[in-house]
Design a protein around this ligand. Structure first.
Ligand SMILES: Cc1cc2nc3c(=O)[nH]c(=O)nc-3n(C[C@H](O)[C@H](O)[C@H](O)COP(=O)(O)O)c2cc1C
Length: 406
């Protein structure tokens, strides 16, 4: 029988094809760690489902060539309004965040590097100078200063402070078992699922590495860093920050600064007051407090309130170029993607991440073409069809609070 000529074609057409390939390629515990979500998955599902409630209101006549996709985020010129959101990509691919950084650089965009990343920031910045370092509020102030200092010395061009992750417990579809470290005991225990994923195993064997479950950017350069669980424990022991702490963090990082995870208008105003450069409207990809509305539902009320004072981004649920366009119509300057590039990385390493970025770029471009619009900067709510009850307005200051009388 002739061989199926497509069987080995590594290129994929959509993010959902990449996800299916990732599921086939990754050991089940790694796949389910990426899928994540919390509790019943209401926020995770709504992040994606809410985009399907939005439609387009296209023109039929207008410019049809030379569409502008380029923009800037936190002082960086990027070729399209899509940025890599920080995720710990432990064990997905031997080149981990370095592969993601190379792909983002090849496609002209910026990258957020997680505190929980598996690769040192120095290697990531040399692969992509447009790197923002992401920090949680964890450890002592001296620890945080040392981490910022290391990021600055490595050449990070911005800081992302993520404050919206707590300790959500339990998923109805099960949480993966993740070993503290990969030793012989863990290797034996995980052998059955790993041996069923020979291509994943082969990639690691070829690179002569075993998945390294440490967080090197939480230590001095050159040190191994705490284990993933050690870092997690440190973070759980750290009391949550106050707004004074946010101001302190912002002041200590004298460069572009993003607050990630904003859901409410009052918090967005406080981010402006704290001197942040940008916010990302986000519910952490549905991995935090289940029941928080989809990021896209919270976007417009926040962008309307603070969009002239701060850069507003969105992350959560972006799977296609038309999703990016919808977010821009509702006031985002750009979006950040999480799982979309993780599926690409799992499916085909650096080329897979480039493939995902190409899908999104192509999708933004073809949506603009179909709407007869010349630029991402021309998108407005008027280009969307929206149900009346689409938006979720959280934390609107009451008239008494803002001192106005009816
Ligand atoms: C597996 C995984 C790990 C993540 N790790 C981090 C992290 O270390 N820091 C952070 O700020 N956000 C983290 N996030 C959240 C993402 O940055 C982003 O907010 C989310 O993935 C966006 O939703 P999407 O996956 O639907 O694009 C993580 C998300 C996933 C799925």
């Amino acid at each position: 029988m002739p061989k199926n000529p497509w069987a080995r074609n590594p290129w994929f057409e959509t993010v959902s094809v990449a996800q299916r390939r990732a599921e086939k390629r990754l050991p089940s515990s790694v796949y389910s760690a990426l899928l994540a979500g919390s509790e019943r998955g209401q926020s995770y599902q709504d992040n994606m489902a809410a985009f399907t409630e939005l439609g387009f209101a296209p023109h039929i006549v207008g410019p049809s060539s030379d569409r502008v996709l380029a923009t800037t985020v936190m002082g960086q010129d990027i070729s399209m309004p899509v940025v890599i959101s920080p995720t710990g990509v432990q064990a997905v691919h031997p080149d981990g965040e370095v592969a993601v950084a190379r792909a983002a650089a090849a496609r002209g965009t910026a990258m957020g590097l997680s505190s929980f990343a598996s690769k040192p920031i120095e290697e990531v910045v040399s692969a992509n100078p447009k790197t923002f370092f992401q920090m949680y509020w964890m450890g002592s102030k001296d620890d945080m200063l040392a981490r910022m200092e290391r990021a600055r010395a490595a050449g990070a061009v911005g800081l992302i402070a993520t404050l919206d992750w707590s300790f959500s417990m339990g998923r109805d579809w099960g949480s993966p078992e993740i070993p503290e470290k990969i030793d012989l005991h863990a290797a034996m225990r995980f052998a059955p699922q790993v041996l069923r994923r020979p291509r994943w195993l082969y990639d690691f064997a070829k690179s002569k590495q075993i998945p390294d479950l440490t967080a090197p950017n939480l230590a001095e350069p050159g040190d191994r860093g705490p284990t993933f669980f050690g870092a997690y424990y440190e973070w759980m022991q750290t009391p949550a920050p106050t707004w004074d702490d946010v101001q302190w963090l912002r002041k200590e990082w004298d460069g572009p600064f993003m607050l990630k995870g904003v859901c409410r208008i009052d918090d967005a105003h406080r981010a402006v007051d704290a001197g942040c450069t940008a916010i990302s409207v986000s519910n952490h990809g549905g991995n935090n407090l289940d029941g928080t509305p989809a990021a896209i539902r919270m976007l417009k009320p926040i962008a309307d309130a603070v969009g002239n004072d701060i850069e507003v981004l969105l992350d959560g649920g972006i799977r296609r170029g038309s999703d990016v366009v919808k977010a821009l119509c509702l006031g985002a300057r750009a979006v950040m993607i999480g799982r979309a590039y993780l599926w690409g990385l799992a499916a085909n390493g650096q080329a897979g991440v480039e493939n995902v970025l190409d899908i999104l770029r192509g999708g933004v471009d073809s949506t603009l073409l179909a709407m007869r619009l010349p630029s991402v900067h021309d998108l407005t709510p008027d280009h969307l069809v929206m149900p009346d009850n689409f938006h979720r307005i959280l934390g609107l200051p009451s008239q008494a609070d803002v001192g106005t009388t009816p």
